[in-house]
Ligand binder design. Structure first.
Ligand SMILES: [Ca+2]
Length: 333
């Protein structure tokens, strides 16, 4: 949930909202304009939101699904029942999608709202299944993003207990608060926080896509999976990306249950992570409004032998380095 503030104006399809709250304190929940009230069975508590002091018992609620806000009619604590109440407006976007272009703009803007958490290159305080990162996962990828102009951002290692829970890998809620942008490069094998969001988290803290290795007919494939549907959004034989000359990269952004925006750039190898950040800089940051999906897969091929994935064919200059014209977007959603 993104904000709490007192609302004293009319909005959308609820033309006399304040009047309704003041006069009747209706003990009901209305969804949209005419939608039926859903069954409670099967609903999952995602996050609890404490209201500010003075916003007493919520007597009524209205949800504006289209605009993404909920309105709660409340009383001031200790106020007599005939006193005027207050309407509290709350954003309902926890766990909902955010466009990659929006994150790109935040990267350019910089400031303390922007935070980089790097995968430590030493083994200390890594979660089970997480190992030390190669410096390329930090300096090639995060460094490319930082070079676009944003200054004043915060930065920390993924094994620092003052910034990250070393039990779960989750960025600490008292350090990274609602509205923060948390930039994470690398994969769940090297980064505590990415391990959390891609593998360990539950509910709306889960990243929208994740990585898996699967054996199909005796051949190991590396795949990116869309969590909501289980569909495969990228799949390559593991042998295709050995040698650090070809790679795929998953780029995803989302809001977690504290309404912080996480951007995760994950190559199958460190070269893919570098290529993903390179692509964001050369394309998304240049034209943010054209990249409002939240999940992108890009491919990179340095080899002069063509490499096809989905409908995209990539051909490189065979020099061993990541170059702009060797990278293409394969899919987005
Ligand atoms: Ca090259």
């Amino acid at each position: 949930m993104k904000s709490v503030d007192v609302m004293a104006r009319q909005k959308g399809c609820f033309p006399s909202l304040m009047t309704q709250f003041r006069a009747a304190l209706i003990m009901s929940i209305v969804l949209g304009c005419h939608a039926a009230v859903p069954a409670v069975n099967g609903q999952v508590r995602v996050v609890a939101l404490p209201l500010n002091p003075g916003y007493g018992v919520p007597y009524s609620a209205v949800i504006d699904i289209v605009s993404g806000f909920a309105y709660f009619g409340t009383f001031r604590s200790g106020a007599a029942l005939d006193e005027v109440g207050q309407v509290v407006k709350i954003g309902t976007d926890a766990g909902t999608a955010i466009g990659l272009g929006q994150v790109a703009s935040a990267i350019v803007s910089g400031g303390t709202n922007l935070a980089y958490i790097y995968p430590a290159t030493a083994m200390g305080s890594k979660l089970p299944g997480v190992v030390a990162a190669d410096p390329s996962d930090i300096f090639a990828a995060a460094g490319a993003l930082q070079a676009v102009g944003g200054t004043g951002y915060r930065q920390a290692w993924d094994n620092n207990p003052n910034w990250v829970s070393l039990t779960t890998g989750r960025p600490l809620g008292n350090v990274y608060t609602s509205g923060n942008y948390i930039i994470l490069t690398g994969g769940p094998g090297v980064h505590n926080c990415i391990k959390y969001y891609m593998d360990l988290a539950t509910g709306a803290d889960q990243s929208p896509a994740y990585f898996r290795a699967v054996n199909l007919g005796g051949v190991v494939y590396y795949q990116f999976i869309l969590r909501s549907s289980g569909s495969v959004i990228a799949s390559v034989p593991a042998t295709d990306v050995t040698g650090l000359r070809r790679d795929l990269c998953l780029i995803q952004c989302f809001r977690d249950t504290d309404s912080r925006v996480a951007l995760i750039i994950t190559g199958l190898t460190l070269k893919g992570t570098e290529a993903g950040a390179f692509w964001v800089v050369r394309n998304v940051i240049k034209n943010p409004s054209s990249f409002m999906g939240s999940i992108y897969v890009i491919g990179w091929n340095d080899l002069s032998t063509a490499w096809s994935n989905a409908s995209v064919t990539l051909t490189g200059n065979n020099d061993g380095f990541v170059d702009d014209n060797e990278i293409q977007m394969i899919s987005y959603s």
